[in-house]
Structure formats: C-alpha cells, structure tokens
Design a protein around this ligand. Sequence first.
Ligand code: ADP
Ligand code: MG
Length: 899
Amino acid sequence: MASTAYRNGTLQKGNVKPITAACSNLKPPSFKSRLLNPSPSSGSALRCGNNPSSFSATGNDGVPGRVRVAVRLRPRNAEELVADADFADCVELQPELKRLKLRKNNWDSDTYEFDEVLTEFASQKRVYEVVAKPVVESVLDGYNGTVMAYGQTGTGKTFTLGRLGEEDTSCRGIMVRSMEDILADISLETDSVCVSYLQLYMETIQDLLDPVNDNISIVEDPKTGDVSLPGATIVEIRDQQSFVELLRLGEAHRIAANTKLNTESSRSHAILMIHVKRSVVGSDEALSSKADNVSHLVKPLKPLVRRSKLVLVDLAGSERVHKSGSEGHMLEEAKSINLSLSALGKCINALAENSAHVPVRDSKLTRLLRDSFGGTARTSLIVTIGPSPRHRGETFSTILFGQRAMKVENMLKIKEEFDYKSLSRKLEIQLDKLIAENERQQKAFDDEVERINLEAHSRISEVERNFADALEKEKLKCQMEYMESVKKLEEKMVLNQRKRESNGFISDRSNGEVPGVSVAEEVAEVRKMLQNEMYMRKAAEEELNKLKSQFGQYMQSGPCEDTEISKLHKMLEEETHQKKKLEDEIVILRSQLMQLTFEAEQMRRCLGEYGNAYLGLDRHSQYSETGNGQKAPIATLFEQVGLQKILALLESEDTNVRIHAVKVVANLAAEEANQKRIVEAGGLSSLLMLLRSFEDETVRRVAAGAIANLAMNESNQELIMLQGGISLLSITAADAEDPQTLRMVAGAIANLCGNDKLQTKLRSEGGIRALLGMVRCGHPDVLSQVARGIANFAKCESRAATQGMKTGRSLLIEDGALPWIVQNANDEAAAIRRHLELALCHLAQHEVNAKDMISGGALWELVRISRDCSRDDIRNLAHRTLGASPVFKAEMRRLRIDF
Ligand code: ADP
Ligand code: MG
C-alpha cells in the first residue's frame, strides 16, 4: 500500500502507485450522491465527478464559489533599495480597505480591490491563514482545492509557497504549513496523505520526485471527469519532517532538471499535489441525515472513504506571457510557457465572463487543474508584485490577471463607487445645474411677484376709482332725496298748520309743529271717545245711586215682592259688570292715547329737527319747549291708568294691545324718574319675558329698548343679570335681523359692560361674543353700540387690573375681540373710532395684554392714536400708556418707531 511507500523521508522506488489506480477502486458510488447536496455554507461547489467541465462551474453570484484573490507585495530588495532610492513604490496598499493603488504617475493612480491585500510586512503565517488555510480546511472536508501563486519572477511566488523555513520557522511557506494542518487533523490509523511533486515545462510534465519520469501524461476519466497522473510518483506522508525532506528533494531535482534543460526555475511551473483520503465511518450517519433529499435512497452499509486533492501551483514568471523569446529555443520556450499561462488566463476570463465555453483543453496546466480549479473546488490565487516603479508594467498586468480572476464586473462596480474624483466631478456638474436651475426659478419667481404686484396695484386703483364714482353718485342722490323730503315736509307742515288754525285745535302749545293729519285726528277722536266714556260712566254711577236710594226707600217702606227685588239685583249686577268692562276699555284707550301722544311728540321732534336744521334755528330752545309741553299728557295719563294695569297689558292676548303696552312701558322707562317704579312693579321681568316668548320683531325691539334704558341704572344691571338677561339678549342678538333691534340689544349689553362687578358673569354667559356677533349687520348705529360696550368692558378691566383685582389676559382678547377692534379703531364714524381708541388704550394699560396686542397689530394703532387722535385726552392717554410699557417700548425700538 502507499503507506509503506515512503518511510522516514526515504523514497522507495517501485512502491509508488499512480494515484487514481489506487483511489478509483475505493470510491464507492454512494459517495458522490451523498455529497451532491452540500450545505450552502461550505463555500464551494462539491466534488462532482460526473461534471466534465467542472473547471468552469464558478458560482454566478461570484461570492461562494468565486476564486479568492489576494495580492502580496514583496519588500524592496537590496538592489531596489539602492536603484529606486529616489523613487516611490509603484503601488500603495490600503490593507484595511483591501485596496491597492497603482500609481500612474506622480499625481494619479488607479485603485483595485482584492479579497485580501498583504503588505510587505505581512507574515508568512498570516499569508497562509488568509490565502491557504480555508482551502486546506475544505480539502480536509472532502473537497478539492487549489492555491496558485502568480506574478513576475522575483516577486515572491516561491517564497510564499515553497519556503521550507528550516532555519527560521516563521518563514515557512504555504506548502509546509498546509501539510502541518493536514497532519494535525487526520488520524494516521484511518486516514492517509499522499504527495506528488511535478514540474511543467514546455508542455511536458516531469516528476520532481523521480526526475527520470519526465513525460507524464494526464488521464481524465471520461465518466467522472477526474484528472489523474498515472505515471507520477506518489508518496505517503506520515510526519512533517519527511514531507519537508521530500520538498527539499523535489527542489533539488528541479534545479538539476533545469540545469540539464538549460533553463531556470522561473520558467517552469511547479505543482505539488497532496491527496487526502479519510474514512468517514460513523459520522456518515449524521451526514446522510443532513443531505435530506438523497439520504433515504442511500443507506451506508459499510465504512466510507472520502478523497480530496490539494494542488499547490508555483507558476512560471508571468513576464513570460508578454515577452516572447527572441530566438531558437528561447522562442519555443516562451511559446510553451505562454501556452499554459495564457491558457490559464483565457480560462479565467471565460469563467469571469460566465462563458459557456472554457478552453480547458488548450494546455497541460489547465487540463491538470480541471478538477481542482473553480466551481468544484475551492480556489485561492495569490498574485505577487514587487514595489519597483521600473516594473510597473509587469505589476499592472499581474494585477489585471488577479482582477479578472475575481470577475471583472465586480471590480468595475466598486471602482465607480469609490472613485471620489469622478464622483466629485459628477457632484460639481450636478451642483452647477442646480445653481443654474435655482437662479432661473428665482428669476421666474421675482418676475411673478412683480407681475402680481402690478396687477394688484392696477386693481386697487380701479376699485378706488369705481368706489369714488359710486360714492359721488350716492352722495348726489342722497342730497336730492333730502332736499325733496324737506320740501315735502315743509309743504305738509304749512298745510297742517293752516288746518289746525282753522279748527282751533291745540291752540296754545302747537307752535306750528303738528304731527301728521291722521295722528292728530286720531288723537282728537280718541279723546272724544274717552270723554263719551267718562260721561257714560258718570251717568251709570248716577243711575246706580238712584237705584240704591230707591232700594233703601223701598226697604224702609216695608216688605215688598221678591220678584221686584231680584229684578233689581239682576239689573244691579249687570250694571256692575258693564262698569268693569268700561273701566278696562278706558285703560286700553288711555294707553293707546298715551302711545299716540308719544308718537306724535316723536314726530314733532323729528320735524322740528329737520326744520331747524334746514331753517338754521336753535335746536335747544325748540326741544325744551316741546319737552315741557309734552310731559303733561303722558304723565297725566300714566297717573290716570296706573302702572300695574299697563304692565298687565304686556301679557294681553291681543298683539296690538301688547305692542301698544310695550311701547308705553318703553317710553316710561326712558324717564329716569319712572325706572324705579317700573322695576318695582315687576316691569323688568315682564320685558325680559317678552324677549323670551315673543317672536314679533316690534315687540322684541321695543322691549330691548326698554331694557337698554333700564340697564343704565346700576342696581337694574344686577337685576337684569340675575334674571338671565344676558342669555336672552344674546339669543335676540343672534336671531334678529333688524338693525334697530340689534342696536337696542347692543345698547343694553353695552350698558351692562360698564359694570365692574358683572364682568366675569357677563363674559361667561356669552355677552362679549354676542356683541361681536352683531357686527355682522354692519349698521353704523349697531357698530357704535358694540364699540361702546367694548370700551366699557375694557375700562372696567383696566380699573380692576390697576386695583390688582385682575391678573390674566383681557377677556376681550380671550374672546377674540382684538382683530375687530384693531380693524375698526380708525373707523370713519367718530363714535366707533373714539370708543375703540379708548378700548385700545385701556387694554394697553395692562402689560399682560401687550404681547397679544403687538402680534395683533394693535401697537401700530396705538402709535397712530398717540400721534394723530383729534381728542387730546385720548391722544395723551395713548402716549402715556405706550411710554409706561417696557414691552411696547422694546418692540418700538425693534421696529425703529420713533417715540
Ligand atoms: P519568484 O518565485 O516569484 O521568482 P522568489 O520567491 O524566488 O520569487 O523571491 C525572490 C527573492 O525575493 C528571494 O530572495 C526571496 O527571498 C525574496 N522575497 C520574496 N518575497 C519576499 C518577502 N515577502 N519578504 C522578504 N523577502 C522576499
Ligand atoms: Mg520562483
């Protein structure tokens, strides 16, 4: 057996057996099928004997089955240290990035990435561990494996692979270290290691262990694709020492052969083949259960042997690929060396390109490596380079060879990703584009803004023009109407005066200004009716008295007939009933009379004002005289009818009566003297009830007016609040459409706003929101009431704040009043403007409001008020207020407002 072929490092000729002859018989058919489905982590394709082109079966994704390529840089040798002293190395290594930069010139270089980059300082141990150890391990696991060294002569291929390291163990190369690991892993009882050592020179294979054997042929099993060298010496190794001696012997034979052939080792390829045979009894069970899809087909019945092959190739110097010999033998040699190396290069290219055809048959080297390279085996390539810039070209082609072996596509991708120069160029171009685009957009934007501005200006001026035209027209129309109505009134007045003079009606106090004909006549008629009623009553009373005395006489004159008495009783009852009815009528008529008188008075006052304005008369003298003249009938009637009765009429079923009654109450409430009596008699409750229950707009308007009048009095204000007045007024404010109703409601709330004690309640019951809601109507009378309410409220708040009774933000601001205040603070209508100016001043006095006021634009209004307000007191107040507020002052400084 082979185990006896080599003992103690001594080669025993004749005992050496060709490797396949010995092995093929041992290979059980079940072995292959068991290994067909390897675990994916194995990192390489399996030994798959029946694949005739196993050389080409590199994984497509290039990761697990890919040829791993390391680059190793030799340190400068003595000659280079001198000759290249003034030059930098042609390469620069970045081992941490696994990159190599090949200098093109002083300022430019190309970057390449490898699986491993080994610097000139890399130890032999490390080189072995990263390049060969994984291959050795997979060989021990049963796969074929190859480690090749490629590079220019003198760059360290033999150093890397073949150093024996006898003097210095740290120098041991890959061959020695591989065997150490193999021997450590196997069991000499059950496993075996055999070695062949060959040289390939000019397409001839020589046996380095038996130099006589100088033309060994390659045999390929057509079925399995296994490659064998039946003529080669095979030596079993049982210890490291004998292996080292074997290597030394092979090296000696190599030198001798080269001398004989007149060549040198750098021109030949040295190939060490290590055959490992392992028995896998026992562990086979586990293996078969893992290989699930085939295990059930093949049950291991006997001990199995696992065979694998490690091929270590020290290739000829790569420079021979490019430089053809010049003459004779040299030329042939160059061709031959070229043949194997270039065939290897072609195969690698084909693999890298995933080509269908891999030219394995072109050379002995590629035929020999067929089952040990690529897909079916784990393969490592180490490319060795020197540092000298003089050999840059060789170094470059060596690097390219390594790159191709790694698959060219991968490299291109990475190069692009990390090429910072082109990336930077790209980014610059992109940046330029973006800047240009940005400028373009900015320009377009500016143009658009300009266009919109122009358009807005022209629109504004157009609207202003239209507005001015419309205003002018409206003004003219009003003036015409005014003149016309004045004229009409004048005519009417003259007519009335004449009529009255001729009738002798209301002779002494008319003073020429008399209500319309119909009203006056109505008054006269009602008076007449009243007079009649009074006469009738008097007559009835007289009749009653008469009957009473008759009854007394009758009683005195003795008993009389029952029938007569009961008749008289009946009559008496009827009379009493009649009397009651008449009395009620009188009340109604009186209240009607009162209302009519009041309306007449209103009309007269109106006419008086028109007339006076037109005639330029003194308004006051006119007014007071009328006032005095008018008071008498109302007061008289009031006394005659009685407040209770009028208030009772507020609840009348008859709408007209109700309207009359509420008008009377409203007129009475206008007089301060009556207010107390009205409230005491329950008038306030009745009026509030009218707001609550009656839909009629007139009733609501007049009732609200009456409440507004009553709300001028502080104690009434509290009563109104107590009786839910704010809610009722708010509901009316929300419902009503008529500006006059709204004016009354706003007036009522505005009055309540002026009460310090009611602030919180008023706000919480929605008073402020109700006020603000009414601005929707837009009528100046309503707006001025709203403004008054706001001013009242703000005044109370600022008073409370000054007294330390209020700390938080203004409730007006809380309820969102500020925007409206700011918007209308400069209203054309003086009443609105003045109230809102005052409101702003009050709000500004409380520092806690300052921030909101600034953000709401109130500061500008305050500045305006402090400068332009026509009323000295308000102007000064604004000025004082602004001057006292640090926040406003700071903001004014920031805005560069002179103050
Ligand atoms: P090759 O086999 O590629 O022609 P060699 O292995 O014979 O090259 O190396 C040439 C010379 O360089 C030898 O003297 C060798 O000792 C030395 N050498 C090669 N690589 C290294 C290295 N990594 N460190 C130190 N010396 C080296
Ligand atoms: Mg060498």
